[in-house]
Ligand binder design. Structure first.
Ligand SMILES: Nc1ncnc2c1ncn2[C@@H]1O[C@H](COP(=O)(O)OP(=O)(O)OP(=O)(O)O)[C@@H](O)[C@H]1O
Length: 230
């Protein structure tokens, strides 16, 4: 068993643009341990979302190796679906909750499509997550009755429901004001630490960078660690 939750080894991504090649990522390597909360910053168009998509088995790299937990992503894309379902939790810019399911049922849906069929265990775990995220009283509410910050916290609970090795968050504060955005990132941190999960967050928001353990910057295809708060 490897000691890393996620490893990107010498990842390159080249987009073909007519006759031109656009090398967005140039031999980028990144290792994230369980319990580590990482931020990725960088100018617009520097390849942050591309890197997150490759780490999340949503996009193939041109070169290099992705290892999630102890599973190396090979060329068999059928395995990628299983890896996404079992090993990765996604948090997007907007919450993407299902309007006609109450909060409890949003989480139950993940239990249903997951391999773990122990209903009682899942219900207890969902309650624990909702409690940690300050949402237990909202369990029977529908998304349209929640504030933007609360909805994003439900999206956090949903991302953690399948007990993933890696949480990937793409601009999770983009739709929130400063204080609510900060609270959402505090919540991600809290659950990452409590459950010893790895998390990578792409962000433009400098004000929340004190909440992560390590900050990496992507620029001109290369990645640099700029700061470790550990
Ligand atoms: N499917 C694609 N085909 C061709 N080029 C692409 C494709 N997707 C992204 N690119 C290019 O790759 C580069 C990196 O894009 P990416 O979205 O990863 O950057 P980003 O750092 O996440 O940007 P932002 O901060 O603006 O969201 C950009 O120049 C973009 O135009």
């Amino acid at each position: 068993m490897t000691s890393y939750a996620l490893q990107l080894n010498n990842i390159s991504k080249v987009y073909q643009d007519g006759d031109n090649e656009n090398t967005v990522l140039d031999k980028v390597s990144l290792k994230v341990k369980p319990g580590e909360f990482v931020a990725i910053v960088g100018p617009s168009g520097s390849g942050k979302s591309t890197m997150l998509s490759i780490a999340g088995a949503l996009l193939s790299s041109t070169e290099g190796e992705v290892i999630i937990g102890d599973t190396s992503l090979d060329n068999n894309k059928k395995n990628w679906i299983r890896v996404r379902k079992e090993k990765i939790g996604f948090i997007f810019q907007s919450h993407q909750l299902i309007p006609y399911l109450n909060i409890g049922d949003q989480l139950n849906l993940i239990a249903k499509i997951s391999k773990n069929k122990d209903k009682k265990e899942f219900e207890a775990y969902a309650d624990e997550l909702l409690n940690d995220l300050g949402l237990l009283d909202s369990k029977t509410k529908y998304p349209n009755k929640l504030s933007g910050g609360e909805k994003q916290r439900v999206a956090i609970a949903r991302a953690f429901m399948n007990k993933p090795d890696v949480i990937l968050a793409d601009e999770p504060t983009a739709s929130l004001d400063g204080p609510r955005g900060r609270q959402v990132v505090e919540m991600i941190r809290k659950v990452v630490k409590k459950q010893n999960r790895a998390a990578i967050m792409v962000t433009h928001d400098e004000r929340i960078l004190d909440l992560v353990d390590v900050i990496y910057r992507i620029e001109n295809g290369k990645i640099h660690d700029v700061k470790s708060n550990m």
